[in-house]
Design a protein around this ligand. Structure first.
Ligand SMILES: *Cc1c(COP(=O)(O)O)cnc(C)c1O
Length: 395
């Protein structure tokens, strides 16, 4: 290996991928891996999807970028599609999840100032993750990602995730709270599914205290959990603001902050902006991803395959003494252990399966939504082998 000129920010595994095909990845030694992580919830349509590749090549040959000084028809089309599937009214296009969160935070602060609240605060959750920019990192419930970067952005009041009573009390005690920001299923926090009725309870509490409900769907959105958005598992629930990114471009950087009216109009001309955000290439990716998902019933498939994968994992591993829980929604699945299991991702990689581990003790599975039954079974068999090798059951 040559001496690297890269910042040393990632603990990378010693593998280089050079090609992909559906749920398969191939390294520079010609070895094949089954991808059960999708580049962290990004490549839901798998790798090198022919229809997406054709659309991107066509767009690259036609027009990549103009900046937001002119109308961008692809941006209008993508915004319409996003509004249709989410129930939101307006869309601001970004290039990443953290930028979508920044937009949501600025929008909610504006909403607060409109209500004569000079120091608008946010109710946020323990173990949450919202990104690495200063405001998003400060909102996140993860001391490790904040360490050494103080002073943090102020104005975040934190309660435990899933505890409706704690959220209600905090809203009642803090009239400066202008918004509640949370993930409908926590991703980095260990694939945590909240108790039934939790999101609806938060919606009611927000209404009571005139606070916005901001749903961070960056990991859960665009079909991952078996709905277009995870909040849609709660019938009739509508947030005020929804953030998306990850799977929207299947790997092309594109994100968005979605909001209902009249809230969205609080960001008037000049109030917010981005150079790249919403460029024709990025939006073409988003349009094509959503169109493919619609045409091929990918969201329903995520629900069906997710239920099947959870059931198969419970069959194969449910009795393992070190496994404390197997849970998830759609194809966002966590296997929790009673001890740290970071080594499992390396063992799985050595066995040709790509997974990751969150919070130290939860194996997280985020396979492409296009996996087939054989690949699903291969995930189960490989995990069974790896887990029983790393943590043998002693009789
Ligand atoms: C990944 C993620 C983010 C940050 O997205 P980036 O594109 O890495 O900035 C924010 N929120 C959630 C829930 C995420 O999973």
């Amino acid at each position: 290996m040559l001496a690297s000129h890269l910042f040393n920010t990632y603990a990378r595994m010693p593998v280089s991928m050079v090609r992909g095909d559906g749920a398969w990845l191939f390294d520079d030694q010609g070895r094949r891996y089954l991808d059960a992580l999708s580049g962290i919830a990004v490549c839901s349509l798998g790798h090198a999807h022919p229809r997406l590749a054709d659309a991107l090549c066509d767009q690259a040959r036609t027009l990549i970028h103009t900046a937001n000084i002119v109308h961008i028809p692809q941006q209008e089309t993508l915004a319409t599609l996003l509004a249709e599937i989410s129930g939101m009214d307006r869309v601001f296009m970004t290039n990443s999840g953290a930028e979508s969160i920044e937009c949501a935070i600025k929008l909610a602060r504006r909403y607060g100032h409109e209500r004569q609240i000079d120091r608008p605060a946010f109710l946020v959750m323990g173990d949450s993750f919202h990104g690495r920019t200063l405001a998003a990192m400060s909102a996140s419930g993860n001391a490790a990602i904040q360490a050494g970067f103080g002073p943090l952005v102020e104005g975040y009041i934190r309660v435990p995730y899933g505890d409706l009573g704690a959220a209600q009390s905090a809203l009642a005690d803090n009239p400066d709270i202008v918004a509640v920001l949370l993930e409908p299923v926590q991703g980095e926090g260990g694939v945590r599914v909240p108790p039934e009725g939790y999101l609806a309870g938060l919606r009611a509490a927000c209404d009571q205290h005139q606070a916005l409900l901001i749903m961070d769907e960056i990991q859960t959105g665009i079909g991952r959990t078996g709905r277009w958005f995870a909040f849609q598992h709660e019938p009739g629930l509508l947030p005020d603001v929804v953030t998306v990114a990850k799977a929207l471009g299947n790997g092309i950087p594109v994100g968005a902050c979605l909001a209902r009216q009249p809230i969205a109009d609080l960001l008037a001309p000049g109030a917010h902006g981005t150079t790249f955000g919403g460029n024709p290439l990025a939006c073409r990716a988003g349009i094509e991803v959503l169109s493919i998902m619609r045409d091929e019933n990918i969201v329903e498939r995520a629900e069906t395959l997710g239920n099947r994968l959870i059931a198969r994992l419970k069959d194969a591993l449910g009795d393992h003494p070190n496994i404390t829980d197997i849970r998830g929604r759609g194809l966002m699945i966590g296997i929790e252990f009673d001890q740290p299991v970071a080594q499992m991702k390396d063992a799985a990689m050595a066995s040709g399966l790509i997974i990751n581990v969150t919070r130290g003790n939860v194996i997280r599975l985020l396979p492409p939504l296009i996996i087939d039954d054989d690949q699903l079974e291969q995930i189960v068999q490989t995990l069974d082998k790896v887990i029983n090798a790393e943590l043998p059951i002693v009789a």
